[in-house]
Design a protein around this ligand. Structure first.
Ligand code: HH2
Length: 274
């Protein structure tokens, strides 16, 4: 799943694709690089981000979704608002990626796929000392409850996502990454998004023995390493800004894991071929 943020303030690519033509061109590039889905968002969910009114969010994303869908791309809409999700589906989106895990009814009514992601609180407050007794069990139980409710509401394709960086400390994120196999065994396809996130910046600083956290654009190594790790642990989709590098990493890890008999992670729609 390639990331396309049509926002002025996203944490890593804010402002780069606010022009619709630039956004559409980047979305097409993500597909050429091997993205199976292009995840279009019009509101940043980084910690402390300003909320965006629905009409402004729609103004940003709808022309981009329409143009990408017409050119044959599979588009998901990254939103927490029902009216934006509905309008995005009308413009051609085939999946609702909802970081609040609350839009299952919209997905059911419109017949599209749904991603239920775990977040503690909301972006304005989520990094204020999040506390869990057992982060892996709590995230798994929440996701299974939301995913089962979505399935019962009639959504045919339901994904779960632990929401790396959403109301979690570095240690919480690492515990989740260490236990992705538990989430992969929860009964729903698993999506993981680590791309360029602060956790990776902090690990890079740790490796350097430094306090200086590298900026999002300098977190490629950690992004592809954790994407490969996620696939190895049973995830079947990762959310990535750097799609070409991520597809190569996926190919390398599946080939290494499976030996000569492994299938290949083809760029033809980024699906496993055996
Ligand atoms: N992460 C972000 C946004 N949406 N959706 C899912 N399912 N999983 C994620 O991990 C996830 C997500 C944050 O990244 P980004 O879109 O690049 O930044 P911003 O929220 O600042 O626009």
């Amino acid at each position: 799943m390639g990331v396309l943020n049509v926002t002025p303030d996203s944490f890593s690519d804010g402002g780069r694709f606010i022009d619709p033509a630039a956004a559409v061109a980047h979305g097409r590039r993500l597909v050429e690089e091997g993205a199976d889905w292009v995840d279009v968002g019009g509101e940043s969910t980084r910690p402390g981000a300003d909320p965006v009114p629905a009409d402004e969010e729609m103004r940003r994303v709808l022309p981009v979704i329409e143009a990408l869908a017409v050119s044959g791309a599979q588009v998901s809409i990254d939103t927490r608002k029902p009216e934006v999700a509905e309008a995005a589906v009308a413009a051609g989106a085939r999946m609702i990626n909802d970081v609040s895990a609350g839009l299952a009814d919209v997905a059911a009514a419109s017949g599209v796929a749904f991603v239920a992601m775990h977040m503690r609180g909301d972006p304005a407050t989520m990094q204020a000392e999040p506390v869990y007794d057992d982060v892996v069990a709590e995230v798994r139980d929440f996701l299974v409850e939301r995913a089962e409710a979505a399935r019962d509401a009639g959504v045919r394709e339901v994904w779960i996502d632990p929401g790396i960086g959403f109301g979690k400390t570095l240690d919480h994120n690492l515990d989740l990454l260490a236990n992705l196999d538990v989430l992969a065994a929860a009964g729903f396809p698993l999506l993981v998004g680590t791309s360029r996130k602060t956790t990776l910046g902090r690990l890079a600083a740790r490796a350097d023995g430094s306090d200086a956290v590298p900026p999002p654009g300098d977190r490629l190594a950690g992004s592809v390493a954790t994407a490969a790790w996620a696939y190895r642990c049973g995830a079947t989709m990762v959310r990535a800004h750097d799609v070409a590098a991520t597809v190569w990493a996926a190919e390398a890890v599946v080939a290494s894991a499976g030996g000569a008999g492994a299938g290949s992670f083809s760029k033809e729609g980024a699906r496993w071929h055996r």
